[in-house]
Ligand binder design. Structure first.
Ligand code: C2O
Ligand code: CU
Ligand code: CU
Length: 487
């Protein structure tokens, strides 16, 4: 029988058979086409935010609280709210003072800011100052829970240079969920230098914070974070910028400074302008570069920050574009592209005076000759570092205050983040990175081997240690994190 079938299929010199074979072939080809098209469509639907298209909406700008202009303590309450990602459709969210995300708090170098964080959500939370150079006892890490209905008073002395930083929950096991549902906000630090450079500095006018995140929606409602999450629960399909879907920002016709923060739970993004138009990168996570650097794309892992300047003076409008970036998926160059933000020039908005200074900062580069301690870390093959998961009872090692250390981090596709210190990048995969990537970072998307130089100037005791971890929140929650002291 089998033989007969084979023979039957192979006998192509007889008319009857060949016709039949051709028919078979056509049917099979048709099926393959239909199947491929369906898969492609499903895929495009899942990953193309423009499938969730609706009208452009004015970009929300988080309220600015300037520590110099308000009575202190500044009170920030984490609570359960409803947020309209689409006008008229309410989603259940968490927020700090508002319905989603929190106010931007402006602080100044050599000044202290008093804050009171109140917890009105149903479970414990806490508030970590991501990017702040502070001692472990006010870092807001795993050990500093704020119980439900309680509050946390903290005085933050700012001793670091101008930069854009974060606050967000940081309790193991609940960080992903709380951030996903809306808890995160910005700390902007200014100093003498940043205020005298003449850069765009009118908050919400030409100095714009952009918290970029992805979320899933059903009929316009944000799907809340799944109770039973897994490692990939943080990868969502639709862009949200400052809690706005499909945002448009009306801007004056001049220089626009964007403080871009990747606040996604898990996704790295690649940002660019159409036709590869260049723009200027002026700052990384912990402050200004020495000079503005012209670039055409920005790859940003979760919780990295970059400041860029775009010149709108000869434009009517401009789209800031995005595509998924995933070094592990070889199809990544073919991923759909979409608009993150529509910038539209509005001649009614008065153009505040600003310039792009040629020199932004002076950087003192560390020398590897001064390294007194080297450490190696591998973040791969499970939710651990060097094979061991986070254990709250274990201090993984102790650092001596003031020492220059060299850490070699091997973390394929895991954004590596450190508390309490900034690092300079000596090399990535054996090569010196471009100058705009090298300096003062606290989060790095190294892919393979990165050599980092860092000097520890703040204290973190056994009671209040520092953490370092993968900043994919689902990984951090599952123990891809260690802790250390500095004394
Ligand atoms: Cu953004 Cu350990 O933090
Ligand atoms: Cu942090
Ligand atoms: Cu990770």
């Amino acid at each position: 029988m089998i033989w007969k079938t084979k023979k039957h299929l192979l006998l192509c010199n007889k008319n009857y058979c060949s016709k039949r074979n051709i028919l078979w072939l056509i049917t099979i080809l048709l099926w393959i086409t239909v199947l491929t098209a369906t898969i492609a469509l499903l895929y495009a639907h899942k990953y193309n935010p423009l499938n969730h298209w609706w009208e452009l909406q004015a970009l929300r700008i988080p309220e600015l609280i300037d520590s110099r202009e308000v009575k202190q303590p500044i009170v920030i309450t984490a609570w359960v709210r409803e947020h309209e990602f689409i006008p008229g459709i309410k989603s259940e969210t968490l927020g700090y003072n508002g319905t989603y995300l929190g106010p931007t708090i402006k602080m100044y170098k050599w000044e202290s800011t008093n804050l009171t964080f109140i917890n009105e959500i149903w479970e414990e939370t806490n508030v970590h100052g991501h990017g702040l150079h502070v001692n472990g006892d006010i870092d807001g890490n795993e050990m500093q829970a704020i119980h439900n209905t309680e509050s946390w008073d903290v005085e933050i002395p700012i001793v670091q240079q101008a930069s854009t930083n974060w606050y967000h929950p940081h309790l193991m096991g609940t960080t992903s969920k709380q951030v996903h549902n809306g808890l995160a906000g910005l700390y902007i630090i200014e100093d003498e230098n940043s205020l005298s450079l003449g850069l765009p500095n009118d908050y919400g006018i030409n100095d714009i914070p952009l918290i970029i995140q992805d979320r899933d929606f059903e009929n316009g409602k944000m799907i809340p974070y799944p109770e039973q999450s897994n490692m990939d629960s943080g990868r969502k399909s639709t862009f949200v910028v400052n809690g706005t879907l499909n945002p448009e920002l009306k801007v004056p016709s001049g220089l626009i400074r964007l403080r871009i923060l990747n606040g996604a739970n898990a996704r790295p993004y690649e940002l660019y302008l159409p036709d590869n138009e260049p723009f200027y990168k002026i700052a990384t996570e912990w402050g200004f570069l020495e000079t503005p650097v012209e670039i055409t794309k920005l790859i940003m892992a979760p919780w990295e920050r970059n400041e860029i300047v775009i010149d709108m003076s000869d434009k009517i409008s401009l789209e800031l574009m995005w595509k998924f970036y995933d070094p592990e998926i070889f199809l990544s160059p073919f991923f759909p592209r979409a608009r993150v933000l529509q910038l539209t020039v509005d001649s009614n908005i008065k153009n505040p005076e600003s310039t792009l200074a040629k020199k932004l900062n002076t950087i003192e580069w560390y020398s590897s000759d001064d390294v007194v301690q080297e450490r190696n870390f591998r973040l791969a093959g499970g939710m651990n570092i060097n094979g061991e998961s986070m254990d709250m009872k274990v201090i993984n090692f102790k650092v001596k205050k003031g020492d220059l250390e060299k850490w070699t981090v091997n973390s394929p596709a895991h954004p590596f983040h450190m508390h309490g210190v900034s690092f300079q990048i000596l090399s990535i995969n054996g090569e010196e990175p471009p100058v705009e990537e090298r300096w003062w970072k606290d989060t790095i998307y190294a892919q393979w081997n990165a050599e980092l130089l860092m000097r520890f100037n703040h204290v973190a005791t056994e009671m209040w240690p520092y953490m370092y971890h993968c900043h994919i929140l689902e990984h951090e929650d599952r123990g891809m994190m260690w802790q250390f002291t500095v004394e």
